[in-house]
Every structure is written in structure tokens, then in C-alpha cells.
Design a binder for this molecule. Sequence first.
Ligand code: SAM
Ligand code: DTB
Ligand code: SF4
Length: 333
Amino acid sequence: MGIRYDWQKDEILDIYNTPFLELVYQAASVHRQFHNPQQIQVCKLISIKTGGCPEDCGYCAQSARYQTQVKPEALLEKETVLNIAQKAKETGVSRVCMGAAWREVRDNSQFDQVLDMVKDVTSMGLEVCCTLGMLSENQAKRLEDAGLYAYNHNLDTSPEYYSTVISTRTYSDRLNTIENVRQTNVTVCSGGILGLGESVADRIGMLHTLSNLQPHPESVPINILSQVEGTPLADQPEVPIWDVVRMIATARIVMPGSDVRLSAGRAKLSQVEQALCFMAGANSIFSSDDNKMLTVTTPCPDYDADAQMLNMLGLEMRPPFEKQQKKPNLMNV
Ligand code: SAM
Ligand code: DTB
Ligand code: SF4
């Protein structure tokens, strides 16, 4: 079957509620039609501008509104970023994602510095992704000109639940930035978080929105909430592994050509649980040398542990830009 953009909520819910092993089997089958199941893309996050964010995202350690462990820092120097990227490249990482705790991009010297980082990391032969908050079409074009490969902008949850978690911007602000990125050749990375107190209907609502975008986001991160002390969501219960696997499998089936990334919260999972996620269609992870995702509040397995796990599972690290040639064909399947 080809790629569909007209998924209905009840169809997505039926997939999500399929008996567990049957769901994993179906997702694994779809995965094999669209991807090389031998490969996992390993990505490295770099927090180029940490903390002090004016937004009020209820899960986030970097919001200036909450008292968390994270202290605001200045924009990193380009040299620092290049050193981290070089080390990542040497361990086999093929994608570097630079995150800034900004509400939106402004056309100032900081943005010029980020464009410069994008240019230099891209010229190292790595896929570069940025996540910098809201973006105008012109700013997206400037990132494209600098060589940016992907822009991350998550929908996080359903349109209905969004305002419970974030009040300082709307769901349509989010969709608008994604639309601005789509005016360029930069690929779109957009997914969400499990464990915000959302219902199954909200999870389906998010997958419904994502899977009705045409084209689908090329990359769909599935984050498991990291409960950060000081934030409104600090006391949320753990998400059952069964829900994580169901969400990955459902994303894989409704957006078969996209990369599904097992993102924040992976450090909470055993290697066996992670293997189940890969079986269900996750084909990317974030790995690190400093044991954190963007901030210390969210642990991340390290390069050595991940190399050992992938080796044990007989999986390879995907080289950069493998998807580029395949993308036009996939659109016509
Ligand atoms: N400021 C930019 C923005 O919000 O678009 C980019 C950075 S933000 C940290 C990127 C994504 O990380 C969020 O959309 C959210 O999905 C995820 N994230 C942030 N804090 C998290 C947490 N505590 N647990 C799980 N995921 C989290
Ligand atoms: C995404 O969906 N997950 C990554 C990436 N996009 C930028 C970020 C996870 C951040 C986890 C929270 C922290 O490290 O503070
Ligand atoms: Fe700011 Fe992004 Fe954190 Fe929201 S998720 S508070 S926008 S850094």
C-alpha cells in the first residue's frame, strides 16, 4: 500500500487498539517495505542556547517561568558546537540537532551566528536539524540557504489538549511554522510527547493531524515525558511501555515513509524495551557523550552503551543523507 494522507481518527484508533503482538507485527511489516530494518539513525542533540525561555510549556525545564535545575546560558560559541559535532561524527552519528530555548527566531546577530553554525556543521558532511521556535517563511529560506537539512517543531499533543499544556502560543502557530518550513526544501521534523496527562483520543488526535499533512513530516519524534521538578507536569505518572510501543507502531503504520525517532525518555527503557520499539518501527535514537538530551533534567544513553546495544541487535548506524535519494520515489508509491 502507498502513503495515505486521508487517515480518519477512527481508523487510527483501530490501529492503536489492535491486539499488541498483531500491532507490532503489522508495524514491522510496513517498516520493512519502506526502510532498511538493519539501520538505525543515531542523532546528537546540542543545546546551543539553554534556558530562560519566555514560553510556558508545562513540561519544559527551560521555561523561565518555572524553578528548575536549568540555569540560563548564553549562545554557545561556534567552535564549541563544531567540536561536539566532530566528536559525534567520529562515533558514527549522522545527524546533529541544534536546539535553542527561544519562543521564535529574531533577525539579529544571534540568528546570523546560528546560520554560520548550520553552514559549518553541514560542510562536515552531517545532516543538520535546528529547533529554534517559531519561524517566518523568510527565516526558513535563510536556514535553507545555509544548508539546513531539517527543522524540528513538535505539535506535542492534540489540538484539543494543547492549551492545557501551553498557553503562550496556539496549535495554529505551530502549524504555521511547519507551513513556512514547507515553502523551502528543508525537511520537517514534528512529533510529540507521551505522558502529559493526555487521553488516548489526544494521542490519536496528534497522529491524525500529522498524518493528514501532505507531505508527512519526514521525521516524527516520539518523546516520553521526562518529569522535571519545578514544572507543572513534575508529578505525572510514568507512561506504560505498552503505550510507547503502540504509539510508535501506529505512527509507523500511518506515516510509513517517515523516520520515527525514539527520543526523550529512552534512558528509562531497558534494552529489551528499546528492541521492542525498533521492532515496532522506531528507526532513530539520540545518543550522547554527556549523558543528557538537551539539559541535565533528561538523561540520554551514551555513545558506548548505544554502540554496544546496536551491535548486540545486529543493527548498523545509518550514514548521513541516505534518505535524500529515496524521498522522491516514496512520494509516488
Ligand atoms: N524551543 C523550541 C520549541 O519549543 O520548539 C525547541 C526546543 S524544545 C526543548 C523541543 C521539544 O522537546 C519540545 O517540543 C518537546 O516535545 C520536547 N521536550 C521538551 N521538554 C521535554 C521533557 N521534559 N520531556 C520530554 N520531551 C520534552
Ligand atoms: C524532540 O522531539 N526531542 C528532542 C528534540 N526534539 C529537540 C528534545 C528532547 C528534549 C528533552 C528535554 C531536555 O533535555 O531538557
Ligand atoms: Fe521554550 Fe521550547 Fe521549552 Fe517551550 S519547549 S519552554 S518553547 S524551550
